[in-house]
Design a protein around this ligand. Structure first.
Ligand SMILES: *[C@@H]1O[C@H](CO)[C@@H](O)[C@H](O)[C@H]1NC(C)=O
Ligand SMILES: *[C@@H]1O[C@H](CO)[C@@H](O)[C@H](O)[C@H]1NC(C)=O
Ligand SMILES: *[C@@H]1O[C@H](CO)[C@@H](O)[C@H](O)[C@H]1NC(C)=O
Ligand SMILES: *[C@@H]1O[C@H](CO)[C@@H](O)[C@H](O)[C@H]1NC(C)=O
Length: 209
């Protein structure tokens, strides 16, 4: 039973990107807008329109690489659910992006987890694999708890829940335990100072709050 809960938002700098040398000297990587992103990073469709996410494998020669998403393989060159794929000019790399066409976004069947396999396709057990989540609206990038007491019998308990969201600037958030509402915010808007919701903007270009 939680009797006292302190809800707050804290600056997090460990958002998405984490690799110092980009591209790395070896190993499969994801590169977007000059930065490398860790395995399992989130990308909002609006942000990859038209800046691509490049998946690459330094020092390799591409044999039969592949991006596979929720609606199956993205043909390369080609497109699936409005996600377009292009083959890199040298080495082993495959880039995906959404065309910069007015009102063209990722189609719903293509929303979710993608894996990029290089230098061979994903059916090869020896291929290299990296994951990316490509989504349409907003996503929870991370949800963490800090300041938990080491002694669960101490009462009352106080700790912080830190939720980081990325993507669309309009969102709502609510949290409850059973029927008890801990926090509930609706009609949140990232960019407005008068937004009814607390939070710190971490990366304004990706609407990370
Ligand atoms: C989903 O994949 C199927 C099979 O590849 C394809 O025919 C269909 O057009 C795809 N859906 C979208 C929305 O692209
Ligand atoms: C993957 O590659 C293997 C070996 O090159 C090939 O036999 C297989 O048909 C490929 N699978 C797909 C889905 O492209
Ligand atoms: C990415 O994560 C997946 C699943 O955890 C793992 O299978 C894969 O090897 C990882 N790739 C890299 C490059 O770390
Ligand atoms: C939660 O609310 C529902 C609907 O009002 C009720 O049926 C249920 O018993 C409540 N649960 C608890 C644990 O209070």
């Amino acid at each position: 039973m939680v009797s006292l809960l302190l809800l707050s938002t804290v600056f997090l700098l460990s958002v998405n990107k984490a690799i110092s040398q980009c591209p790395p000297p070896s190993g499969i990587y994801l590169k977007y807008d000059g930065n490398c992103y860790s395995n399992g990073s989130y990308f909002w469709d609006n942000n990859i329109k038209p800046t691509p996410i490049e998946c690459g494998l330094p020092g390799a020669t591409m044999d039969d690489g592949q991006w596979i998403g929720p609606n199956g393989t993205v043909p390369c060159p080609g497109s699936n659910s409005n996600l377009n794929c292009n083959v890199g000019l040298s080495g082993a790399s495959l880039s995906v992006h959404i065309p910069a066409t007015f009102q063209v976004y990722l189609q719903p069947p293509g929303d979710g987890w993608y894996k990029c396999c290089l230098p061979t396709n994903c059916s090869d057990p020896n291929t290299n694999i990296i994951f990316a989540n490509i989504f349409r609206f907003a996503q929870i990038l991370s949800f963490t708890v800090t300041g938990l007491s080491s002694d669960m019998t101490v009462y009352p308990q106080e700790y912080k829940l830190i939720c980081t969201k990325i993507g669309h600037g309009y969102y709502g958030i609510s949290m409850r335990i059973g029927n008890t509402t801990l926090a509930s915010y609706t009609y949140c808007i990232d960019k407005l100072i008068c937004s009814p919701c607390p939070g710190s903007v971490l990366v304004s270009s990706t609407h990370t709050v």
